[in-house]
Design a protein around this ligand. Structure first.
Ligand code: H2B
Ligand code: FE
Length: 307
């Protein structure tokens, strides 16, 4: 039997399904031996768990050290964006007025998204279970971490952190076509089997996290794993140690390559002709797996949006 279909964002828990680190850091995490950092992480995790959808997201008062990490990452990346980020990213970016001396609060970012594409941000304590995470996209909700990476290595994080969410994901979600792409993956994930969730996780990985798009003057990044990593962005354009990454056409029906989380940069990126093309391909795939009850749910949501 297939799992139940969530009917609203309230059916999706942001607290029960934290995988990976949360506040319990693994031995190879840069903050593993730092008790102060771990205390900070568990404070921010508790804030996320106490949040109820529909209420304002609690602000985090970031310290001077935390703000310094953010500033460092922002300055490095913003040098690369004009040449490495896709047009849609560059168009949305100015909505957010990022400055190196202040870490934006999730609440204000959520308000910008609500005005532009109708999306919301929901705080989460760490890496969320893929099903819950993908299901959230169907309710135009992006689950976002609120803590920042460890200061010992500002250019590296083994898990999503606020720099990844804000610089990688949020500006893309302010673009209509990209937001549609994420919504399609989200709706496709409602009430499907574990096996299907795994395939959708890979589709998400190769588009939303590491997607690239062909523009007139070259390949540009739209995936958040690229847009939030200085090293990975450079690697996409110019390779590493003389070895260029491979670019492949996206086929949602094909078996997708294994995802690599740990051993350095990606070796293969999927290259989209355009977002419209990627949306059409994902839509065709989604059509094959969408449960009839979900189809009805989507129509209902569309009707109520039209008012
Ligand atoms: N959780 C959080 N907090 N942020 C993410 O970017 C994220 C996640 N990505 N859970 C998900 C998993 C993704 O890797 C796929 C859908 O599993
Ligand atoms: Fe991400």
């Amino acid at each position: 039997p297939l799992p139940p279909i969530p009917r609203s964002i309230h059916d999706i828990s942001n607290g029960d399904h934290i995988l990976g680190f949360g506040a319990n850091l693994a031995e190879d995490h840069p903050g593993y031996k730092d008790t102060e950092y771990k205390r900070r992480r568990s404070h921010i995790a508790d804030l996320a768990k106490s949040h109820t959808m529909g209420e304002p997201i609690p602000n985090v008062e970031y310290s001077a050290e935390e703000t310094q990490v953010w500033g460092h990452v922002l300055k490095a990346l913003s040098d690369l964006y004009p040449t490495h980020a896709c047009k849609e990213y560059l168009n949305s970016y100015p909505h957010f007025n990022f400055t190196p001396d202040r870490i934006p609060q999730l609440q204000e970012l959520s308000e910008v998204l609500q005005r532009t594409t109708g999306w919301s941000v929901r705080p989460v304590a760490g890496l969320l279970h893929p099903r819950s995470f993908l299901n959230g996209l169907a309710f135009r909700t992006f689950h976002s971490t609120q803590y920042i990476r460890h200061g010992s290595n500002p250019m590296y994080t083994p898990e999503p952190d606020i720099c990844h969410e804000i610089l990688g994901h949020i500006p893309m979600l302010a673009d209509r076509t990209f937001a549609d792409l994420a919504y399609i993956i989200g709706t496709a994930s409602l009430g499907v089997s574990e096996k299907e969730i795994w395939h959708l996780t890979k589709l998400y990985w190769y588009t939303v996290e590491f997607g690239t798009v062909q523009e007139e003057d070259g390949v540009k990044a739209f995936g958040a794993g690229l847009l939030s990593s200085f090293g990975e962005l450079k690697h996409m354009k110019t390779g590493t140690d003389g070895i260029m990454p491979e670019f492949m056409e996206l086929d949602p029906f094909a078996k997708l390559p294994k995802m690599s989380y740990k051993d350095g940069f990606q070796k293969k990126y999927f290259l989209c002709e355009s977002f419209q093309d990627a949306v059409a391909k994902l839509q065709a795939y989604s059509k094959q797996i969408l449960r009839p009850e979900v189809e009805a749910l989507i129509l209902e949501a569309k009707r109520s949006q039209l008012g």
